[in-house]
Structures are given as C-alpha cells and as structure tokens.
Design a protein around this ligand. Sequence first.
Ligand code: PMP
Length: 440
Amino acid sequence: VMRYFDERCQGSRRLAERAQAVIPGGVQHNLAFNHPFPLAVAKAEGAHLTDVDGNRYIDFLQAGGPTLLGSKHPAVRQKVNEVLDACGPVTGLLHEYEVKLAELVCSVMPGVDMLRLLGSGTEAVMGAVRLARAYTRRKWIVKIGGAYHGWSDQLVYGMRLPGTGRMEAVGIPHGVTGHTQECHPNDLEALRRKLQWNRLRGGTAAVLLEPLGPESGTRPVHPGYNAEVRKLCDEFGALLIFDEVVTGFRLGMGGAQAYFGVTPDLTVLGKCLTGGYPMAGAIGGRKDVMMLLVGGIGTTARRAFVGGTLSANPLSCVAGYYALKEAQRCDAAGVAGRAGDRLRKGLDEIIQRRALPYVAYNMGSIVHLQTSGVLLMDTGNLYKLWRAKDEAKARKHMMEEMGAAYTAHGLVTLAGSRIYTSLADTDEVIDDALNRFDDV
Ligand code: PMP
C-alpha cells in the first residue's frame, strides 16, 4: 500500500507537503482522514475521480454525501452558469430560484411547511435549536450520543476524538454545553428519564437526532425508534428535530421522515440540498414554529434571529433546484439505493467467503463497512450498542490502514468505513468496485 503512495502519488505528496506550511493539518476540509496524505484531485465526473498524477478512482466519498447525481452533473452545471452570467454570484435581494427551491422542498418533505436557507448544516442545526427554544420557551436539548450535528459549541460536545476516546471539548467553556444532554441510541428508557428530569427543571425544548442513528447509522437505531421518540416528544411537549443533513433527498425525496413515516417538527437539511454546490444548509418545519424567525404569526414580538450574507444566494438556489428536480425526475435516490444494495450484497459475499471480522450494511445509498470492533454483533443483532472501549481503535484502523488500502486499489471512501453511492454508479461500476474490495 505504501509503495503505491510512494510511486504513484508524487504530485499529491508534493502538494500535501506544501499545504502543511500554510494550512493547519495540510487540508482545509475536515474529512481529512486521508492516510498517509490526501489525494490532490484534478478531475471529477460522475462516479470517478482522477488525481493530479493521473490515477483514476471510483469515488465513494462523493464529497461526504452531497453529490447524489454524481460529480459535475451537466444539467445542474449549465443552469448554474446561466444564473452566473445573468446576475453574478450574489445580490442580497430576492431571486426566483430562492422561491422555486423552497416550493420544491416544501412539496416533497412531509415535515416542511416553510424553509429558511442558511450557509451550512452546522448553522442550520444551530438555528433549529434556537427556534425550538424560542417556541417552547424551554432550555434543555437532548441529543443522541455519538451523533454529529456540526461543530457549534453547544452540540459538538460529546463527540469522541477518533483514536483517543476523549471528549471533543477543547475551547468550549463548560457553561455553553450546560443545557445539552445526551442519551445512548436505542435507549428509550434513558430518554424518558431525561425528559422526566427536565420536566422538573423547566422542560425539554427539543430532542435532536439523526434518524438513521448517530453518524448516518454508524450506530444504527431500531426501525421503530424514531416513532417512539416522536411519541415521547409529544408526551413531554418537546419538539422533535430531525437532522437530515445526510438523509435529506438521499433516502428519497421525502428524506428519512418519509422513509420511516415519522414527521418531525423541524428538519435540518444540507448536503444534497444544493447538489454539492456551496452554502448547503436549511431549516424546514411547521409554519407556526418557522414564523418565529420573523417574530411569530401576526407579530414581530419574539424574533429568533438567524442570518447570513451569502444565505440563499442565487447560485446555491439554482443549483439546488435543478439538482433536486433531476433527482426527482430520474429517481436518483432509488437508483443510488439499488447500487448501495448491490454493493452491500457483494461485500457480504466477500466477508462470508473470506471469513472476515467485518460487517456491511446499508440504508439505500448510505453503505457502512465496519469491523466487528465497531459494531457489537452478538446474537447477530445490529441494534446492539457498540463497545465504546474498542471503538476508537477499530475506527483508527479503518480510517488509516483500510482507507489507505482502498485508495491504493482505486477506491475512495469516507474514512475507510462509509460509502456513498450515486446516480452514476452503474452495475459495471459496482462490480468493478467489488473486485477491488476483494483484492484489498
Ligand atoms: N449534521 C449531520 C448529520 C452531518 O453529517 C453534518 C456534516 N457531515 C452536519 C450536520 C454539518 O453540516 P455542515 O458540514 O454542512 O456544517
């Protein structure tokens, strides 16, 4: 594996070394799990990437999820160029595509009556939490342990630093996270106890969760879990916030909420919302809650403030509108989902045949390939809690050794353990990928 990087990736290595001097860690994007150094990309199209040294890869990172149509989809790019020619990147006034994108999202997402576009998933989660607190006039937020909701002070707390098991809390004063609580995934009793405890102390504003389970299903939740959380939220008067930054449009146009048949009060969107173009973030939700962004229905008395100079710029909006239109027209989530099924079945076959201590599972186009140190598999039950002690070690192994080995065999993955399929993943691409995984 290391010979591959030494002999075939000289250009990437040189750029990575230059970057070390001026960019902390040598790469701007935090998906820099890349071991031994990140690939420098020269081209990306559909299901493939080419690096600056001319090596070609099957792209299962897909930028961390947003490019459901595959890289550089022509239908979207052409429309973006038209808007860019007409009015440049931003004006600060209203643009038709702002309305069209909001209308489209409201028409497909069961829980979204209104939409507020923001700059990123992180911002949108912050906004949703603020809205929930403004609406309920309560302070407690309960999130699920291990989930990622962006890097804002009050929510990054509890994320484990890979390889250390320590809390990701550096630079965050204790008080900031003082009203953020965590429950284990699947533990409904613990959630009920938290809600009861909070009820005696002002009440819970919202339960915030990723509907596939923490980190896009890295710790999967039971299929009935979301509906049970919905019931608990109703019982305790808390809002339910779905973080659909990953699942929105990728599990289907209606996101995880349509997939599970559970409607949240607020939905956080990102990634696929703008088809991979910049400024991907939005809060959607019930009209009575959303109207607090301007002070409430028929009043300006209690405004929950959010902002952003570049929010809802015409480029993001036109990109999002045509990316989602195209996804709807050709059932991108269905096609990518079937590619995910085919890949997972093939991985299963390799795991069985070679008796590997791995597990592969998928929800549509979100495919996980992990070691049994990450997911505790006793009794074959995927929904058992993970073993925290071994987790950090197993993750580091997947991220570094396995991630590098996949790359050296022409497969770019997310941290060596997650795979995003796209509309561009034909049967031929998946079968090619399976041969490469088998070689690894
Ligand atoms: N929520 C989830 C579930 C995510 O996966 C991410 C990003 N990976 C975020 C929020 C944050 O989104 P962004 O990176 O756009 O700030």
